[in-house]
Design a protein around this ligand. Structure first.
Ligand code: ZN
Length: 64
């Protein structure tokens, strides 16, 4: 009954394509090049969160 679970590993930023992306926690990453947060849902949908200068999330874009 063991189902193979492939963990989604983000190696490139889906917003800018940069590789300077660091892991925040199991389901989210942060790009240090374009300063967006990338979140992966349990269903492997990928969202990009764009923050404003005061740290508020201003836009959420579905990229995958
Ligand atoms: Zn980026």
């Amino acid at each position: 009954m063991n189902k193979f679970r492939k963990e989604h590993m983000m190696t490139n930023c889906p917003n800018c394509g940069g590789i300077n992306i660091g892991r925040l926690n199991k389901y989210s990453y942060f790009c240090r090049e374009c300063f967006v947060e990338v979140a992966i849902t349990r269903k492997n949908h990928i969202y990009v969160y764009i923050h404003s200068e005061d740290g508020m999330i201003t836009r959420r874009i579905k990229v995958g």
